[in-house]
Design a binder for this molecule. Structure first.
Ligand code: SAH
Length: 364
């Protein structure tokens, strides 16, 4: 009788314990570097275990704890229970004639996102996503049509780089956070991911080789200027006239261009760093001489560089790119007016490599 009672009590305790662990369980990919260090110390483990776990997760791209052969089995089981580990599944890969590879990936909750590998002889650049979908609804952007599903966790952002390293068997040298999503709407997770990418013992990608592109979230720009690492900032401008920008980027209506300029000027003053403006020329929308003059005036006094981007056409959209001669005219005029400028080479247009295009194709 007593024996039975003890057994049943033990069952309840064990059961409750498992329930508590499950209720408290949190995906390992949600932690930043310090978070992993904290959970290791809270579990009473020696501190070197944190870097071992992080190395398995991100430098080696481990798919499960069972691969982590230098961790004791009991520790792996404990981690498995408290901090579930899952890796995304590749749903689709498109390879372009120019070697660009675009991936659509799915997380364990069904949320999807995209990433692009842009290999060349001397570097391998990854265009990574910060969210699944995007809430910004920019009129020329395919991701905008999808709407926002959710923010990506730090590890889910890093996974995109680890997966490409594994897939192509070479080191990723550059990262641009220019895929799906608005990175500064997911600021903490994005910065946590960048620090994992940058860490010398993890992916060891130089801070200057990591660029974050924002549609112009002012609070994000302010916070980004307070970060020690020399990550690079890019801002999607696309129009230097208020009424034009309000139309192209409707979620930013109400944000004054002069407020943005003020924030960017402060950014350069604080960091001493140059940032770039992305400007995609769209026929009849933002390509007039008046637009060009507005851009020249806007850049005056800013430590900036203008990147003119060929528009990637979205099927079904009425927005079309300008002729190359218009692009050249803009580049020459900007240069003559002492604005640093370059024309971004378009890659992967035959595989719908532009932001959100693959997911949009899939959802249709
Ligand atoms: N939300 C961030 C980052 C993601 S978009 C931002 O707005 O910057 C990355 C870049 O691709 C942005 O400059 C965006 O304006 C641009 N872009 C989106 N759709 C495009 C298209 N169809 N053709 C060319 N560039 C596009």
């Amino acid at each position: 009788m007593l024996h039975q009672y003890i057994n049943s009590a033990m069952f309840h305790v064990k059961h409750r314990h498992a329930r508590i662990i499950r209720a408290m369980s949190k995906p390992i990919k949600s932690f930043n570097i310090e978070g992993v260090q904290d959970l290791v110390s809270e579990a009473g483990l020696p501190s070197f275990r944190a870097m071992q776990i992080l190395t398995w997760l991100y430098a080696k791209g481990a798919d499960s704890y069972s691969e982590m052969s230098n961790l004791p089995k009991a520790m792996r089981d404990q981690l498995e229970e408290a901090y579930p580990l899952s890796t995304p599944e590749i749903v689709m890969v498109n390879e372009s004639r120019d070697g660009t590879r675009k991936y659509l990936i799915k997380f364990d909750d069904g949320a999807t996102t995209e990433m692009v590998a842009l290999p060349s002889d001397d570097r391998l650049t990854v265009c990574a996503s910060s969210q699944s979908g995007c809430a910004m609804k920019c009129s020329f952007c395919a991701t905008g049509q999808l709407g926002l599903t959710r923010n990506l966790l730090p590890g889910e952002i890093v996974d995109q780089i680890s997966m490409i390293q594994k897939d192509l068997g070479r080191r990723v040298t550059n990262v641009v956070v220019m895929g799906q999503g608005e990175p500064f709407a997911n600021f903490e997770n994005v910065v946590a991911a960048l620090r994992i990418l940058n860490h010398p013992k993890l992916l060891n990608i130089g801070a200057r080789h990591i660029t974050v592109s924002t549609c112009g979230v002012i609070r994000g720009i302010e916070s980004f200027s307070k970060i020690d690492e020399q990550f690079t900032l890019a801002v999607s401008l696309h129009a230097a006239r208020q009424e034009v920008r309000d139309k192209l980027m409707p979620k930013l209506t109400g944000q004054r261009l002069d407020t943005l300029k003020h924030a960017l000027s402060k950014y350069s003053n604080l960091t001493g760093r140059r940032f770039s403006f992305e400007y995609s020329l769209m026929k009849g929308l933002n390509d007039s001489d008046e637009d060009l003059q507005a851009l020249i005036d806007y850049c005056a006094g800013l430590l900036c560089h203008v990147n003119l981007i060929p528009l990637n056409e979205i099927p079904g959209s009425r927005i079309s790119p300008v002729a190359p001669k218009v692009m050249n005219h803009w580049a020459e005029t900007l240069e003559r007016n002492h604005v640093a400028v370059s024309i971004r080479k378009s890659r992967g247009s035959d595989i719908a490599a532009a932001c959100g295009q693959l997911a949009l194709q899939q959802s249709k």
